[in-house]
Design a protein around this ligand. Structure first.
Ligand SMILES: [Ca+2]
Ligand SMILES: [Ca+2]
Length: 364
């Protein structure tokens, strides 16, 4: 089953209302099977009324062409659908049909007692059919509605935008319909479907100048993308486009991690982090060495084990609050990010071929 977005999540985007069920004529545009559709002033998403689908209704269909005369199709719009309300959780399927074919279909469950937008990705639908056909929107209730269901505001929405804009040498995320792209300008661009369009779609969990982290409820669960082209899916590193020699180095250093020797009681290597399958302190799930700080000063040596360590990533937990200063062999390290969970993510520059001293210090 696909996810539904909340009203609040969609309210921020520009939209156009095709039907608001404020006039006597509006219900005429909706054809139903199994039950009547009538104007109802007792409940409304906006204005003074909505459309009530009677108990027993099996489907409700809107031919979009009749609402689209004189307007460009699809124009700027990326999503189409309507707000639905039910006094109990209700499963329904929403479909976009054209030329006798179903081009896009989601099965969702709307929660009880709140207006919920049930919308489809127009661009995804049109990519499967002839782009100029103005199709039909169909809502289906498999066993017929046990109680009435209200529909209001048939809308077209434009959710084209930027979800994250990193630094010039970092990643950016753009959204359009129910898909998003993770891109490093001029290097690579990956497109993902969201959980609204695909039960195995990807959700954005973390964005910062060092990486983007995604999760899914599908067969693949976890993905990280780093601006240098490291893409790690469920612990397996698959480099995105880039310099092939560099890509081979990234794979080798992921598969044969360096040894980390933490000095004295300044901290310790964590061999039990959830993303570390073989307890060597390197979490292959995220491509990061896992270190727990003992205080505001941490010192360690990165010791490559016969394989160069390419831009090693350190995830340091339990550092006190404050600004973090990192040096590698006395040279200042620039790529440092504090994560929401308090951990500090550090990307060391370059390719390390011999034991290398790293100092981490928390200041004021
Ligand atoms: Ca209304
Ligand atoms: Ca490991």
């Amino acid at each position: 089953m696909q996810m539904v977005r909340t009203e609040g999540q969609l309210a921020k985007y520009p939209f156009f209302t095709l039907l608001s069920f404020e006039t006597e004529a509006d219900p005429v545009f909706v054809r139903t099977e199994g039950g009547q559709a009538t104007a109802d002033a007792t409940r409304r998403h906006t204005g003074g009324g909505s459309l009530r689908l009677a108990p027993g209704t099996k489907s409700a269909v809107v031919k979009l062409a009749s609402l689209h005369s004189g307007r460009e199709w699809p124009g700027r719009w990326t999503l189409i659908g309507a707000y639905c309300y039910s006094s109990r959780p209700q499963v329904l399927s929403a479909a976009f049909e054209a030329d006798g074919r179903t081009l896009e279909q989601y099965t969702v469950e709307i929660p009880a007692n709140q207006w919920t937008p049930v919308v489809l990705d127009i661009l995804s639908a049109l990519s499967r059919g002839s782009a100029n056909t103005i199709g039909t929107l169909r809502f289906t209730f498999p066993d017929g509605l046990p109680e009435g269901l209200w529909v209001d505001d048939l809308v077209e929405i434009d959710n084209t935008g930027t979800l994250y804009d990193g630094p010039a040498d970092g990643l950016s995320i753009g959204e359009k319909g129910f898909s998003f792209t993770v891109e490093r300008s001029g290097r690579f661009k990956q497109t993902f479907r969201t959980p609204e369009a695909d039960p195995a779609g990807w959700k954005i969990e973390e964005t910062n100048p060092i990486r983007v982290r995604l999760s899914s409820r599908g067969p693949q669960r976890s993905m990280l993308i780093y601006p240098d082209g490291r893409q790690i899916i469920d612990g397996v590193l698959q480099p995105l486009l880039g310099n092939p020699a560099d890509a081979a180095g990234l794979v080798a250093s992921h598969n044969s991690p360096a040894r980390i020797a933490v000095t004295g009681d300044t901290g310790r290597l964590d061999r039990n982090s959830p993303g570390d399958a073989n307890n060597d302190g390197y979490a292959e799930q995220s491509g990061t060495y896992q270190i727990i700080a003992g205080g505001p000063r941490l010192e360690m040596r990165i010791e490559p084990q016969g394989v160069p360590a390419v831009r090693p990533l350190l995830e340091v937990r339990e550092l006190p609050k404050g600004s973090v200063l990192v040096t590698m062999e006395g040279v200042l390290v620039e790529r440092i990010v504090r994560l929401e969970n308090g951990s500090t993510l550090i990307e060391l520059p370059g390719v390390l071929t011999r034991p290398t001293l790293v100092n981490v210090r928390v200041g004021q």
